[in-house]
Design a protein around this ligand. Structure first.
Ligand code: MTE
Length: 326
């Protein structure tokens, strides 16, 4: 049997609901045509009883982290309301939109992170312990979603290379695979068996240890809101946003290139590298322009999302058959 899984960014322009309409749950359910989105969104909405109040956040003392002025961008920072009410987190709603209510089902304490695979010694560390071992800072980065929306936000967190150092990978490890939680009670959309849960992403070790690769634990000077992927998510600003795996529970070092969530779902449209390139169209739309959240104007998209000077050398001499921009 052939199952066609519509993705958020597959909606035809006529069916796409404007951002403003997504801002409340009733409008979302009324505004989309009947179909899998409605069923999925409704199934994902938490009942009031399912949500217990969160205890005080033990990591609150790290915020705001000191801004690292070395990471500047020539764009205005997106307003917080726009960035935190237009999210992609398929575990809570298989389409971009306002998922703040659904994401409250995510339980972020206790939260353990496993370091596995080709490392000196595999270990598990609590998220709050991990924060005592890294250097927290704030960085303003661009973010470009493959769907063509974009934002510029101050992330708080630490360089991914600090975590790689803690993990002590073996010289033979070539890739870092990162995995989101898999828990149907915490994320009811994970009951939809046709998606390849858990959400998985990967980088080469060279990419993971690049200066720009960042683990974000907060945004706008506060601990990470659930809809952005609390308590920790990847940020690689030169790649399309789907690489930025949220709510990570495992960092696995391996010599095999990981197959990612989107590669499994749509191998003709999404690949491992996913570097931003305005000249390489998605099979169904142009990537030449983007729409910064919080407005309707479009701006040109930049090669490597404006980070070419820093990252282009990572891809020099790659075999011609590598699809670096999908
Ligand atoms: N991580 C998980 N686990 N699940 C997802 O659906 N969506 C990705 C990425 N990380 C996604 C994810 C996509 S497509 C984008 S554009 C960014 O998260 C969006 O991040 P934001 O919602 O914080 O803006």
């Amino acid at each position: 049997m052939l199952i066609k899984i519509p993705q958020g960014w597959e909606l035809p322009e006529s069916a796409a609901t404007p951002e403003s309409v997504f801002r409340n749950r009733r409008a979302l359910l009324k505004g989309l045509a009947a179909g899998p989105f409605v069923a999925a969104a409704a199934a994902a909405l938490p009942s009031a009883g399912a949500l217990a109040a969160d205890p005080p956040d033990p990591s609150a003392k790290y915020y705001p982290a000191k801004r690292n002025e070395a990471y500047k961008v020539d764009r205005d920072i997106t307003n917080e309301v726009s960035a935190s009410s237009w999210n992609n987190f398929y575990e809570y709603m298989p389409a971009a939109g306002n998922i703040t209510a659904q994401a409250q089902q995510l339980k972020v304490r206790p939260w353990e992170v496993k370091i596995t695979g080709m490392v000196d010694k595999p270990f598990t560390i609590g998220f709050d312990d991990l924060l005592t071992k890294v250097q927290m800072e704030e960085r303003v980065y661009r973010h470009r979603c493959v769907e063509t929306w974009s934002m510029t936000v101050p992330w708080s967190g630490f360089a991914l290379k600090h975590l790689v150092d803690l993990a002590k990978p073996l010289g033979s490890a070539k890739y870092l695979k990162m995995v989101t939680f898999n828990d149907k009670d915490m994320a009811p959309v994970q009951r939809q068996f046709w998606w390849p849960w858990p959400y998985t992403e990967g980088l080469t070790i060279q990419e993971a240890t690049h200066d720009l690769a960042f683990i974000a634990t907060g945004i706008y000077g506060q601990p990470m809101p659930k809809q952005h992927g609390a308590p920790l998510r990847l940020v690689v600003p030169w790649k399309y946003g789907f690489k930025a795996v949220k709510s990570i529970v495992e960092f696995n070092f391996t010599d095999q290139r990981p197959t990612t969530f989107w590669e499994t779902t749509g191998p003709r449209e999404y690949g491992f590298w996913a570097n931003v390139n305005p000249a390489v169209a998605h099979p169904r739309w142009s990537q030449a322009e983007e729409r910064p959240l919080g407005g309707n104007r479009k701006v040109p998209t930049l090669i490597y999302n404006g980070y070419g000077e820093q990252v282009a050398s990572l891809y020099a001499g790659m075999p011609a058959n590598e699809k670096l921009f999908m």
